[in-house]
Design a protein around this ligand. Structure first.
Ligand SMILES: [Zn+2]
Length: 281
């Protein structure tokens, strides 16, 4: 089992080419993925295989897509003030599925706190109230884009206040007490389950991709009945393998771990080659 998980940020729009716009990158990458012989599966299917609920063969030559932060750009086509009309990530998945006849799916890890999103909309986006959650339930129940947990407030440095007790913000490594983990992770899971019912959130992505020993070895494994999660994802650039730690699963991030369609093609080719029986001898 060697499954790459790719991460995109729909808010990353500063131009209209691959390097400056994750919408352009996602559309091009879908063609690279299909051309490399990979098929897109749901992230939950990768976790099922990792945890032994389904056979490893169910994710052979599979890849999963994830989106981080959960703004309108994940779901709606939006007119960006300086870069023009942007096809939403969901529309890009639909276009790909229509054109290729292949299944497309992604998991959106969302910042849950409505107050945090309202503030981040001003500090990090264009201040037009484009970070609302009115599309999450529809998305989760339709099945094209799963909605999962990216913490209560991302412990984001631009917020006037976060739930981190000492206001050590701009990192997730400082979430190292039960009270802080409970407020960032369990409270976010509760909100999602209450508002998106009957959808249940069971996956978590660390803000900034940052984890620490307390979360990985203590809070997440020991408080499962409270947070109800099955797995957590970092930003460490490796494929998910049978030996991967379920509380520290790796993901590749667009713009960091690959910067061009050629980079992605090489990365996928190496993984594919690694799976071939010929290479095992
Ligand atoms: Zn994030």
């Amino acid at each position: 089992m060697k499954v790459p998980i790719l991460t995109y940020h729909s808010n990353n729009i500063s131009g209209n080419d691959y390097a400056t716009n994750n919408h352009v990158a996602l559309a091009e990458d879908l063609r690279v993925i299909a051309g490399s012989g990979f098929r897109i599966v749901q992230l939950a299917q990768v976790v099922d295989a990792l945890l032994g609920a389904t056979p490893p063969a169910s994710v052979e030559h599979a890849i999963a897509l994830t989106f981080d932060d959960g703004s309108y750009f994940d779901w709606y086509d939006m007119a960006h003030p300086s870069c023009g009309i942007q096809r939403g990530f969901a529309g890009i998945l639909r276009d790909f599925a229509m054109a290729s006849g292949q299944a497309a799916h992604a998991t959106s890890f969302v910042i849950v706190s409505p107050d945090a999103r309202a503030e981040l909309d001003v500090t990090c986006m264009v201040g037009r109230d484009w970070w609302r959650d009115d599309w999450w339930r529809e998305a989760a129940l339709e099945g094209l884009v799963a909605i999962e947990n990216h913490s209560w407030d991302h412990n984001h440095a631009t917020l006037s206040r976060t739930v981190q007790h000492a206001q050590d913000t701009g990192t997730f490594k400082s979430i190292d007490t039960f009270a802080d983990a409970d407020a960032e992770i369990r409270a976010a899971a509760d909100w999602l389950d209450a508002h998106l019912s009957p959808w249940r959130s069971t996956l978590f992505a660390y803000p900034y991709g940052e984890w620490n020993d307390y979360l990985v070895h203590d809070y997440l494994p020991r408080h499962r009945s409270e947070h109800r999660l099955r797995a957590a994802f970092t930003g460490d650039p490796h494929p998910v393998e049978t030996s991967s730690d379920r509380w520290r699963l790796p993901r590749y991030v667009c713009g960091h771990h690959w910067k061009t369609p050629g980079d992605l093609e090489r990365l996928l080719r190496e993984l594919h080659a690694g799976c071939s029986p010929l290479r095992r001898f």
